[in-house]
Design a protein around this ligand. Sequence first.
Ligand code: BTX
Length: 329
Amino acid sequence: ESTRQRLIKILESNRDSYLSGQELSNQLNVSRTAVWKHMKELGKDGYEIEAAPRKGYRIVAYPDKVTKNTLQWGLNTSRVGRDIFHYEQVSSTQDIAHQLAKEGYGHGTVVVADEQVKGKGRMSRAWHSKRNEGIWFSLLLKPELPPVQAPQITLLAAVVLAEAISSISDLSPQIKWPNDILINHKKIAGILTEMQAEQDQIQYIVLGIGINVNQDQSSLPEDIRHKATSLRQESGKTWEINWLIQLILETFENTYEQFIQEGFLPVKNKWEKYGYRLGQEVTISTMRKAWQATLVGIEADGALLTRTEEGIQEKLYSAEIHWGEGGYN
Ligand code: BTX
């Protein structure tokens, strides 16, 4: 842990009181000049620090802007987020993460952007990623697993998002197979998993996560307003982006480590708890056809298990699920 990280922790646990330069220099084991220099750096990252003569230092405002530092301070993980790249504007965080993978960056590297101008969904669909209103990031993963297990990581990420949202709100997120998080039937988050693999080994996965956070109805594009929502719209309050990203990274690391150690079963069980329309009949479509079937659950390998009216069970690895009029994607 760096001096700066420890400094933030001390300041955070003394939110309302002053800490003298001397006290901080003792606790951190650095000079008072060094303490002062760190304070100046914190200021650059958006912390507002009051320095009162004879009383000492006190945090008066926390940064609302996201930076590498504000994300790393107080982040309680060991591998996820060890390297963080933050940009104000990018085309897509996915592309940058692929580049970093090729440059040799390791498991857990995070790429975050305030805004994406070419955010992408699956099958070349666009993902709307407006400035500062949501969380748009990619996580570089290097699991020692065969490529057939990659879909499990998409499902795991969906569980992480559902659990994180449930843990901080009264909302009831649901997971639409394979990769969408819905609240009150509207999409609040999406996951895009891209993989580089050899025959029997994943080289790396770039896991892209997009979450609508502080948008109001009018800031979502018109064509998706009826089927998209944000945390703010559902909860009636605005959320602090830094803190949410940290929560998600921490929840991800814990869930991922459990998955590596214990396998997919714990993830499968949680997934089914959040599974959208399980037990109900929906329309399923692939490139070639569309048909009606009941969603039964997921299989140990992450496939979707369905059953037709005639009772025929089928495992699906890639398909779209629709319901109601006009479909949904
Ligand atoms: P998807 O293909 O399942 O969903 C894309 C569809 O969702 C679009 O066609 C549109 O109908 C709808 N949509 C677009 N933007 C939004 C939005 N902000 N909220 C709700 N619905 C929307 C889902 O793909 C995967 C999305 C991953 C996004 C992350 S962000 C960080 C990373 N970088 C990047 O370019 N993509 C990922």
